[in-house]
Design a protein around this ligand. Structure first.
Ligand code: FAD
Ligand code: ZN
Length: 467
């Protein structure tokens, strides 16, 4: 390569081995997890420090080349891969994977953007603390990606989403300057909360290179229950009763429809069906507490027994070992891959209106696409349902996927009527960039555009995503 070429100058910053150009090396970075999006960029660059990221950004600004930040590439909206619409590079943060500091008495951990979520959980655990962000992709998604998508997951009910876990950020801005906002303060009222701008921005306002994260006491007792309920309405009622009895101990409350359980049983033979009888709906609930495990187990048993007696639930199985709890969670975690091909929706409404969402959207879809099969599951405790739509067989499902826009229209119509959101936790990326215009207040979109133009006037940060 000529000495003054763009690639050579990138190599001078990060080392030639960290500028990938060969198709066999770049392919995994150019395709998203769902394999819906595939486009090539000029190369993949893998820096190891904020200073290197800064130098890469400055070079890209000079050359007019856009950057696509990428973490674990598990995002579900096509945000982490190139669009092919202009000159672009993929900026992989994977090698920025050091935990810089753990301050146990401040209950904080400072991690670089490329730390895999599970590694952060492990580091917190080793220090006798909990980092509560938890999702199916935690073995490969990275904290920079989690923050950039404001990831949710299964513990939002008790601890809030990614946004709530951050005290400070280090960000390389679109002009290449490095903002060191790595403060570990729980109180800091000195103006706008700038870090929150970059969280959930999907890489369109800058590159997150490190974060100060909040840690929590590690629970010494955990109880996991698989519960059969007659309907989503009963599930919502059950949650209210359990919270009234058990308070903040309830940390996860996930809905699973029978169709989802059937899909898991078909996809992963040998998976257990926790009950002998078939039920239409299930809830997977986690409780966590300090103190003796037996005390929590007995509290949980009492509360669940009451709910069985008053008819809120139909059946319940409480895990009696960690292995049993893991097996129950395995069912839940297998749902995304067990129904991979269909039309997906990641929607939210007020918790109280989830039953209405499922009922109305299911009925409207059946009227327009007779024979549809609905896979509804997810974080009902947060009002967030993954509402996926297929047909009875593969060919008909492919046909439905071809009419995805019409299916979206039906579901999003119900979401709008219930005051909900068309993207509860996965973001907009390329997938919903156009669709969001139909649903979000034009004034909000205009404000977002003004912020984007102020921070990234050249439009080089992850173009074609979100806005
Ligand atoms: P990537 O996919 O690499 O990137 C996501 C977005 O962030 C892109 O726009 C990218 O440009 C940007 N980005 C990445 N790193 C940076 C950075 N350092 N600075 C600036 N921008 C950056 N999501 C949930 O919220 N809840 C779930 O329960 C959940 N479950 C999942 C289960 C499975 C099996 C899978 C495959 C995905 C799931 N997801 C879930 C989606 C996904 O895991 C999350 O969105 C995750 O936070 C993405 O992290 P990542 O490192 O893979 O980011
Ligand atoms: Zn989810």
């Amino acid at each position: 390569m000529p000495q003054d070429s763009f690639l050579a100058r990138l190599a001078a910053i990060v080392g030639s081995k960290q500028v990938l150009t060969q198709p066999q090396d770049t392919a995994p970075y150019f395709t998203d997890w769902r394999r819906h999006y595939r486009a090539a960029a000029e190369c993949v660059v893998r820096p190891t420090s904020a200073a290197e990221v800064s130098a890469v950004v400055r070079l890209c600004v000079r050359e007019g080349v856009a950057l696509v930040p990428q973490g674990g590439n598990t995002g579900l909206c096509g945000g982490s891969v190139p669009t092919g619409a202009k000159r672009e590079i993929v900026l992989s943060l994977a090698r920025m994977n050091r935990i810089r500091e753990l301050d146990a008495l401040n209950d904080t951990l400072t991690a670089e953007a490329g730390c895999v979520l599970a590694e952060i959980q492990r580091a917190a655990d080793d220090a006798g603390r909990l980092f509560p962000l938890s999702l199916g992709a935690e073995g490969s998604c990275m904290i920079g990606g989690n923050l950039s998508t404001n990831a949710g997951g299964v513990n939002v009910l008790r601890y809030g989403n990614a946004r709530a876990q951050v005290l400070g950020l280090e960000v390389v801005l679109p002009d290449g300057s490095i903002w060191n906002g790595l403060r570990g303060l729980r109180k800091d009222n000195t103006g706008y909360d700038l870090k929150q701008l970059f969280i959930g921005a999907e890489g369109t306002l800058g590159v997150i290179t490190a974060a100060v994260l909040k840690l929590y006491p590690k629970p010494s007792a955990v109880a996991t229950a698989w519960i059969a309920v007659a309907s989503p309405a009963r599930a919502v009622e059950l949650m209210a009763r359990l919270r009234a009895r058990l308070g903040d101990r309830l940390s996860a409350f996930e809905l699973v429809s029978r169709a989802c359980l059937d899909a898991v049983l078909a996809h992963a033979p040998g998976s257990p069906d926790p009950f002998a009888a078939r039920h239409s709906w299930y809830v997977l609930a986690d409780l966590a507490d300090s103190g003796e495990p037996a005390a929590l187990q007995s509290l949980a048993e009492q509360a669940l027994l009451e709910c069985a007696e008053n008819g809120t639930l139909e059946d319940v199985a409480l895990a009696h070992s960690e292995a049993q709890a893991r097996a129950l969670w395995k069912i839940r975690d297998t749902i995304p891959e067990a129904q991979f091909r269909n039309v997906k929706h990641d929607v939210s409404v007020p918790v109280s209106r989830v039953p209405e969402l499922i009922e109305r959207a299911s009925a409207a879809l059946e009227a327009e696409f007779p024979g549809v099969r609905i896979y509804a599951f997810g974080h009902i405790g947060d009002g967030n349902v993954h509402f996926n739509v297929g047909m009875g067989d593969a060919a008909a499902t492919e046909d439905l996927i071809g009419r995805r826009g019409a299916v979206n229209r039906v579901v999003y119509g119900v979401i709008d009527a219930l005051g909900g959101s068309i993207s509860a936790e996965h973001g907009l990326g390329q997938l919903k960039r156009e669709e969001i215009r139909r649903h979000k207040d034009p004034l909000e979109l205009a404000l977002m555009r003004r912020l984007k133009d102020a921070l990234d006037p050249l439009g080089l940060m992850n173009p074609g995503k979100l806005l």
